[in-house]
Design a protein around this ligand. Structure first.
Ligand code: ADE
Length: 229
């Protein structure tokens, strides 16, 4: 998969991209990730990428021209499955959306900033909008990093069997059951007896029941097939 991230602060991604799963995916040749500084696409001598809003109001608006120039350049190089804009007023990313995106070949992530982006970008250049939750971040960079992480770990081959994404919470519509490791008893706090038994069938049944009751208790909407808010 190839992901192109368009941002005013590409340096914000550096630590994230050179560690953990994104790094592993890149090293395995399963992910190509390119950062693009929007300022490089400004034709203005001050390299500005925003302007005052028509009709007044507080805050600056990201201009369409540098965004269009950047996206057009990328599209001249290859076809993209989606051009995604990160914004809090969009549908919230959930596991089914991450699963679907992990099957894409090429994605563009456009990080929003300031008071918003010229609406024509959303109308004509963007194919999809995603939020990562109902709160406002100071920019779309963290949202783009979250989306990238959620998607990249699902690309076949990125995770090894032990950490397989198939056993994640949400992946079968249920939260994950609790997990334990050695020692079997610590300060009198015990690991459930069934997990110490040699009975695989009983252990599997216990895990399933735990997943079910945890979901009922914490995110009951998942059981109706409705993503939790
Ligand atoms: N930009 C600012 N806040 C955001 C959010 N919650 N999700 C996606 N992009 C954002």
């Amino acid at each position: 998969m190839r992901i192109d991230i368009i941002s005013l602060f590409p340096e914000m991604f550096e630590g994230f991209l050179s560690s953990s799963i994104p790094l592993r995916a890149r090293k395995k040749g399963l992910l190509e990730l390119e950062l693009h500084n929007l300022r490089d696409y400004s034709t203005n001598k001050y390299k500005s990428v925003d302007d005052y809003p028509y009709g007044g109001g507080a805050g600056m608006v990201m201009s369409i021209e540098p965004i269009d120039r950047c996206i057009s350049f990328l599209k001249s190089q290859r076809d993209y499955d989606e051009v995604i804009f990160t914004t809090p007023d969009a549908p919230v990313l959930d596991q089914p959306a991450a699963n679907a995106l992990s099957l894409c070949r090429n994605l563009i992530l456009l990080c929003g900033h300031y008071k918003g982006v010229d609406e024509r970008v959303r109308e004509h250049l963007v194919t999809r909008e995603l939020s990562i939750g109902d709160y406002v971040l100071s920019g779309g960079e963290l949202a783009a990093a979250v989306i990238t992480d959620a998607v990249v770990r699902l690309i076949p081959g990125v995770l090894n069997d032990e950490t397989s994404a198939l056993s994640d919470s949400f992946q079968d519509g249920l939260l994950s059951p609790p997990v334990y490791t050695r020692p079997p008893e610590y300060k009198g706090w015990k690991v459930p007896e069934v997990l110490l038994s040699g009975n695989d069938k009983l252990k599997a049944e216990w895990r399933y029941q735990q997943a079910l009751s945890r979901t009922k208790e914490r995110k009951p909407r998942l059981l109706d097939g409705i993503p939790d808010e």
